[in-house]
Design a protein around this ligand. Structure first.
Ligand code: GLU
Length: 444
């Protein structure tokens, strides 16, 4: 494969889109060997087609704040690839949102969704809007204004958005309400909906639960158990909450959480009501974790990341590139056993290379956090059948899907010496499925 040439031409076409180029580079390097074994891929220009989104919508989102002032944000939806099913992926409302970040997320989503074994293509959307400091009515007006443009491009069988950073059940409710008013249909064009109007049990917990099911399988490969292990995790939102809940149920000890303001170290472990408190912290909309330290009398490290604490397992659960090479080195020096990326592309490319080189048990977000979108897929199934499964049924399906994803990573990622390269395994397994589906459907 002419990887470097393809990357150079992409860089020339999309200058400055660093996160997108970073995500593409990682996948292209991982799949080089299998790609070369399939000359038909080159003939069909699979790489050139798979790295470009099918289409991108960019639109202004004007809305009025509580003081009557008119504000304008930029909204996006990236419909990346629908070879294996309708476009599917979250919506991110965060000040850092750009076309580049949504293209990287949509690209990753395409392979992640392929790994889930469910028929879902890849997409992602969002806006450079931060919910921090906004009143509930401002958030509602913004969600409605965002939907006023987007509604015509989505639908249960075309493109199904969900939540992501800054978008939880409240925002989904506001967007779905407006969508239904405009589209006049009720088939479930969103996932992550409230339980009273078509949502699925376990969807709120799914990303975190799935990540822990995956980490348990990683440890098992090495003959290890999660029970009794210390876990450093970053973030304190929905994903971190679900991961903390399942990890503590399985006997691990969570010792850190973090926010944009710094991190909290709780040597006694974050369990029970302390985990419930994360939901309260999130609901304040302040985006800070220091109040946890004040409430429970533990240490807060302002402006620092949790990776400086010694832990058996590290789980980045916040945002892309939140764990860099220095952080990885600190974790390695203090004897970390397993790093499972729960956020999308949570580790920088240099951090990943270092961990793989040192033989650390490391798995990428597109495998570890796939439980969220997988359970969204289960929500779509329930909506289509006009049924609701019990929490036990959904959880059992989620657990099975995570075990299957782990198995695919082992099949495609096991190296001659026995080391499992989960980055390669996840990329190759996801790529092969999408590429084969594209081949079967001609040049479209
Ligand atoms: N935002 C989540 C992700 O990155 C969930 C997407 C979904 O449920 O569609 O996979």
């Amino acid at each position: 494969m002419k990887t470097e040439l393809i990357l150079q031409s992409l860089e020339a076409k999309h200058p400055g889109e660093h996160e997108y180029l970073q995500a593409v580079k990682e996948v292209l390097h991982s799949i080089e060997d299998v790609y070369n074994e399939h000359p038909e891929f080159e003939k069909a220009a699979i790489i050139e087609r798979i790295v470009e989104p099918d289409r991108v919508f960019t639109f202004k989102v004007p809305w009025v704040d509580d003081n009557g002032k008119v504000k304008v944000n930029i909204g996006y939806r990236v419909q990346f690839n629908n070879a294996i099913g309708p476009y599917k992926g979250g919506t991110r409302f965060h000040a850092s949102v750009t076309l580049s970040s949504l293209k990287f997320l949509g690209f990753e989503q395409t392979f992640k969704n392929a790994l889930t074994t469910l028929p879902m293509g890849g997409g992602k959307g969002g806006a450079d809007f931060s919910i921090r400091g906004k009143s509930a009515t401002e958030v509602m007006r913004f969600c409605q204004a965002y939907m006023l443009e987007l509604w015509r491009h989505i639908g249960a069988d075309t493109d199904v958005p969900a939540g992501d950073v800054g978008v939880g059940a409240r925002e989904i409710g506001y967007m779905y309400g407006m969508y239904k008013k405009l589209a006049c249909e009720n088939t479930g064009a969103f996932t992550g909906k409230g339980l009273d109007y078509g949502g699925s049990l376990i969807r709120p917990e799914a990303t975190g639960f799935g990540a822990i099911y995956f980490a348990v399988e990683m440890l098992k490969e090495k003959g290890l158990d999660l029970k009794g292990k210390t876990v450093a995790l970053s973030g304190f939102g929905n994903v971190a909450w679900g991961a903390a809940l399942k990890a503590s149920q399985l006997g691990a000890k969570i010792i850190t959480i973090s926010g944009p303001d710094g991190y909290v170290y709780d040597p006694d472990g974050i369990s029970g009501e302390k985990i419930d408190y994360l939901l309260e912290l999130r609901a304040t909309g302040e985006d800070i974790v220091e109040p946890y330290a004040e409430r429970y009398g533990v240490k807060f490290f302002s402006g620092k990341r949790p990776w400086q604490q010694k832990a058996d397992i590290a789980l980045p659960c916040a945002i892309q590139n939140e764990l860099d090479k220095n952080d990885a080195q600190m974790l390695i020096d203090s004897g970390v056993t397993c790093v499972a990326e729960v956020s999308n592309m949570g580790c920088t490319a240099e951090a990943v290379d270092l961990m793989v080189e040192k033989g650390i048990l490391f798995a990428p977000g597109k495998a570890v956090n796939a439980g969220g979108v997988a359970t969204s897929g289960l929500e779509m199934s329930q909506n289509a059948m006009h049924l609701r499964w019990t929490a036990e049924e959904v959880d059992a399906k989620l657990h099975q899907i995570m075990n299957d994803i782990h198995e695919q990573c082992v099949v495609y990622g096991k190296q001659p010496g026995g080391y499992i390269n989960y980055v390669k395994g996840a990329n190759v397994a996801g790529f092969m499925k999408v590429a084969q589906a594209m081949m079967a459907q001609g040049i479209v």
